[in-house]
Design a protein around this ligand. Sequence first.
Ligand code: PHE
Length: 440
Amino acid sequence: MARESWTSRLGFILAAVGSAVGLGNVWRFPWMTAEYGGSAFLVVYLCIVLLVGVPGLLAEFVIGRRSKRNPAGALARLAPGTKSWGFVGLFGVVTALVLLSFYSVVGGWILRYFAASFTGSYFGQSGAYFETISFGWEAAAFHVGFLALTAAIVLGGVRGGIETATKAMMPLIVVLLAVLAGWAVTQPGAGEGLSFYLDFDPAPIEENPIGMLRAAAGQALFTLSLGVGTMITYASYLGEDNSLAFDGSVIAVLNTGIGVLAGFVVFPLLFALQGGLTEVTAGGEAGAIFIGVAGAFQQVPFGRAVAVGFFGAILFAALSSSISMLEIPVAYLVDEHDVSRRNATAGLGALVLVTGAVCALDPGLFDFVAGTLVDLMLTAGLAGFLVFTGWILGTDALAEFDSGAGGVARSLGTPWLWSVRTVLPFFLLATLALNLYSLL
Ligand code: PHE
């Protein structure tokens, strides 16, 4: 059967933005920003997105479009004769399954809060509510629900499933968040949240420069879906050659814009209605939206409607990302082992059903997977993809970068290739070393 492709350039861009925009933007980003001192974190993170994220994104696009394969097949194919590069790609396929295992648990929480928002059942007790639902058999059951939605979309294929779903969901996410942000910033007391978020204060950088750098780098990769092979896989479905540099920039700008927009919803609510950061961190990593923001809804007029909009937006954002995780191993089985999409989706769904349930039952394991393990795997994975692009593909990578690109983009090719060969892998490996060191 002929390999599938996107119907249009816009379809590809929206699917990639859909992958990028997710719990990373609305759940992890405000939490990280809160933990690492607000505006200072925002600045460091934005720099890393620009200097490391965008070139990394382009490297994955180059690998995907050139090979028209899943990550494992792509690296094996583009480096014939050496089996070992295929393993680097396969590492990405495994990372995708690890990611989905914890992501689907959080997706389950969102699903539950979304449903509970209609009746307001967590109103007045968001802390206790989160405590009861976050881990255990009920959490596992909602994880299965979220996973089933994910699998249903992936089953529909690249065009009928992923592209159609993201085309419908992305505009809704933006509209919902924009309306909510407009409302949140006008709440009495919102100013304090905004100044925490936006007034630049370098003190946190000076206090803990290494910790912040690690967190900002991890967040930059996570939010752009890098280091797993998502962007390799999505670019492998490109039919015609357009400027990758242009598409990549659009994707990065939209992802960052939507992340920053989510901050305009979350921070005013936390400060205006919840008395600030202690509330955020009280619930650990997950507290920011599930306890802090959810707790704010009971205090506002039309709180249920606002809550439904908020958790609805996040549910769509989470789904448009989780499908991009499941699609990697599905593409791998379809491309390399001639499995039908249906069987691949069903088999992998069953696998993640179990691994996700384990995460839902064991909070300690969940924390380790969602934090440390994911940071390590994404950083290692992207370093591998960059070294591959820079040194194995080399001038072929440049040719692929240039194909379909206009004059301005072409002039960026050579500096891009050199950064991919040198500073960027070095930066990632140093981050990886720091991460490992802090583990010990
Ligand atoms: N970028 C997604 C988010 O922000 C997460 C993700 C990571 C998706 C890696 C795919 C691959 O939620």
